[in-house]
Design a protein around this ligand. Structure first.
Ligand code: ASP
Ligand code: MG
Length: 444
């Protein structure tokens, strides 16, 4: 008898493995057609022992297409709206068909209803641009997650659809909502814990979108789905986060510009924040902070070769200095402002300049000041240069120079700088112990 009791107490302990909660993020390129969605399913098969929160972006170039719809809506261009919505619908229906989900009439009705909502929305009066933008742009993630969840269920995954618009609380800064961590944490924990307690293994949810206090949809900024993955990880104290990409991991340069790129196998949170901030496009700059605060490691892995180790971003600084990294930002404009009264560039002038940049949501990629002038570099495609010049020119002499490249080298040395600046005019240069940054004009 005693023998039997001992056995039955110990037996379960051998077999029950603690489920680990992990966050996966799939971007637009990883769900751009039906074959890519099937590939997502294959990756998830490799992780059936985990509890997964799967954060997904809009499919392929859907967000850009929706931006076109917002634009047409703002101009009240009914025909164009209709054409664009119908193209977007065809694109999604093709994926649905490729996945064999078109037999499911109740699912097709659900998808049609979402497109009807989008069309109805575009028939209403157009309000504040940024507000309308968020209401419309969020359809992309809703559609992608509906389709992916439906596919996973059809493949017998224990998957459920979760509405991130109800879980991530932000302020009402449209297009760039700031997260309220406390409220989001409560909402996310309550919902996700109950999803997993109900026996699900996968929660499919949307990147990039949330809500403000009144319940209206907000977004976290373009490419914000990585950040969503980090928000879920932080709020759920997840084991780790994996961002699945079309590159093998975090590379020391963009393969678009460099042939011999090297994989950064293991780097610190600090190094990753620096690289992302300087423009390494593989991860969204805001992603690292919440992970660092809870020391949750971030994996960046290839969705093409999911068994390859990829890169890991973690606490230790020990591996950072080995390889120089290069970050290029093209199409930059250097603007310099000199007060007409020749007053010093101190707090008062800076407050005025930054006030403008903040209200216009202009991101500065580099700045520098001398006694009487303030220079800064911006992405040319993201600013309204004429508006900026009009605003400042009464009190400042405004000069600008376009078509520039901004190059950042982490862990630089002089020969590398010399090599990169051949045939180029260095318009501005900043060096710290680990980082060299140069604004270059091509002389060729
Ligand atoms: N779909 C959004 C975008 O394209 C968010 C994301 O992909 O991260 O910006
Ligand atoms: Mg994307």
């Amino acid at each position: 008898m005693l023998h039997f009791i001992v056995k039955s107490i110990f037996k379960p302990a051998i077999f029950v493995k603690k489920l680990e909660m992990r966050i996966f993020k799939f971007g637009g390129a990883s769900v751009k057609d039906f074959n890519s969605v099937i590939n997502v399913g294959k990756i998830l098969r490799l992780h059936e022992d985990d509890q997964l929160v799967v954060v997904v972006s809009a499919m392929g170039k859907t967000t850009n297409a929706l931006e076109g719809i917002v634009e047409a809506f703002s101009k009240g261009n009914k025909d164009e709206i209709e054409t664009l919505i119908s193209a977007l619908k065809d694109f999604h229906l093709e994926i649905i068909q490729g996945l064999g989900l078109n037999q499911n009439t109740s699912f097709l009705t659900e998808i049609s209803a979402i497109f009807n909502q989008l069309s109805d929305k575009c028939c209403q009066p157009f309000g504040d641009y940024d507000f309308e933008y968020d209401q419309i742009i969020s359809f992309g993630e809703v559609l992608s997650t509906k389709i992916i969840n439906e596919y996973l269920q059809s493949e017998n995954f224990k998957s459920t659809w979760v509405d991130a618009r109800k879980l991530i609380r932000t302020n009402d800064r449209w297009r760039e909502g700031r997260v309220d961590w406390e409220i989001s944490e409560n909402l996310i924990q309550a919902e996700i814990n109950s999803v997993f307690e109900n026996g699900n293994r996968i929660a499919v949810t949307q990147g990039f979108i949330g809500h403000e206090i009144g319940g209206k949809t907000t977004t976290l900024g373009r490419e914000g789905s990585d950040f969503t993955a980090a928000i879920f990880a932080y709020c759920l104290n997840a084991e780790d986060v994996t961002i699945w990409k079309d590159v093998p991991g975090m590379l020391n340069a963009d393969p678009k510009y460099f042939d011999n790129t090297v994989l950064l196998e293991k780097i610190s949170f600090k190094e990753a924040i620096e690289l992302a901030y300087f423009g390494a496009s593989v991860i969204h700059p805001k992603t690292i902070q919440p992970l660092k605060r809870k020391t949750i490691p971030l994996h960046i892995k290839s969705f093409i070769n999911p068994n390859e180790p990829g890169s890991i971003i973690q606490e230790s600084l020990a591996f950072d200095d080995n390889i120089p990294s290069f970050i290029f930002k093209m199409n930059q404009t250097l603007i310099s402002l000199t007060p007409r009264d020749f007053s010093f560039i101190v707090e008062e002038n800076l407050a005025r300049i930054f006030g403008y940049l903040n209200t216009e949501k202009i991101r500065v990629s580099l700045m520098q000041n001398s006694a009487v002038s303030f220079s800064f570099v911006v992405d040319h495609s993201k600013i309204n240069l004429k508006k900026l010049v009009d605003f400042f020119q009464e009190d400042y002499l405004v000069k600008y120079n376009s078509n520039l490249e901004l190059v950042t080298i982490r862990h630089y040395d002089e020969p590398t700088i010399d090599r990169l600046t051949v045939g180029k005019d260095v318009m501005l240069e900043q060096k710290s112990r680990h980082t060299a940054r140069m604004v270059l004009k091509d002389l060729g």
